[in-house]
Structures are given as structure tokens and as C-alpha cells.
Write a protein that binds this ligand. Structure first.
Ligand code: SF4
Length: 131
């Protein structure tokens, strides 16, 4: 019977570092967590992206929240930096029922430390107060 712990896993991912979209092949070893071999990249960005995508995948979230007293009813918000991929749903739930009061400026913190990730949601546009 083949030993599973020595098995090499191969993932194919697409680099999002630039419009070339290189197809990256990433090899990992079940018995050696430090072994990550990347091929198919044209530059270091792709290699770094592949390693991070395998060991600690992260994403930015963009969504919108309700506004009271503003010139428009919804405010677009985003995470100030990428969050762990496995926290996306928790962060989306944490921000979904928030209502902010105008005025709002770009970069205003809308939700601090979303789902205990240490990452804030911030406003991405200006909302003027009316009335
Ligand atoms: S590996 Fe480099 S050249 Fe290829 S898509 Fe990523 S950033 Fe662009």
C-alpha cells in the first residue's frame, strides 16, 4: 500500500498579478509542509501569489451598507486589506446589517475588526448629508 504522507499534490491556479493570467502549477508534499514548488510563472509575483494561495489564501470583500440622512441610500464599503478566505462569510454577516449616518468620507471606518480578523471595513465613496 502506498504511503499517503509522501504523496505530491498538484494544484493548477491562475495568477491574478497582471492581465497575462499565467497558469501556475503548484506542487506540495503531504509529509513536508515546507515543500512548495511553483512553475508556470513569468515573474516573482506569480511565485509569491501561488505560495500564499496554497498556505494562506486571502480575499478582499466589497459590499454596501444602508445610509440614513444621505444623498444616496447605500454606501459602498470594502475591507481595508485582504482577509483569510475562511472568514469571508463571517465578515459578510458582520457588515450586512450595519446602517451608517451621513456624512461619510472615503476611508471612514464602518466596522472595526470585522469577525475578529483585525481588519476594518472602510467607506469607498463620499456621502453628503441632506436635510
Ligand atoms: S506570474 Fe507575473 S507575468 Fe504571470 S500573471 Fe502573474 S504577475 Fe503577471
Amino acid at each position: 500500500m502506498e504511503k499517503m504522507e509522501n504523496m505530491i499534490c498538484v494544484d493548477i491556479i491562475t495568477c491574478i498579478g497582471c492581465p497575462m493570467g499565467c497558469e501556475l502549477t503548484v506542487e506540495t508534499n503531504q509529509s513536508d509542509k515546507n515543500y512548495i514548488a511553483v512553475s508556470g510563472h513569468f515573474c516573482k509575483i506569480g511565485e509569491n501569489y501561488a505560495k500564499e494561495e496554497i498556505t494562506n489564501p486571502t480575499r478582499n470583500i466589497a459590499t454596501s451598507v444602508k445610509v440614513t440622512g444621505g444623498d444616496i441610500p447605500m454606501l459602498s464599503v470594502k475591507t481595508a486589506k485582504p482577509i483569510p478566505k475562511n472568514k469571508i462569510m463571517d465578515c459578510a454577516k458582520a457588515v450586512q446589517n450595519i446602517t451608517v449616518t451621513a456624512p461619510i468620507n472615503v476611508g471612514d471606518v464602518i466596522l472595526k475588526n470585522a469577525a475578529n480578523t483585525g481588519v476594518d471595513f472602510i467607506a469607498t465613496r463620499v456621502i453628503c448629508a441632506v436635510g
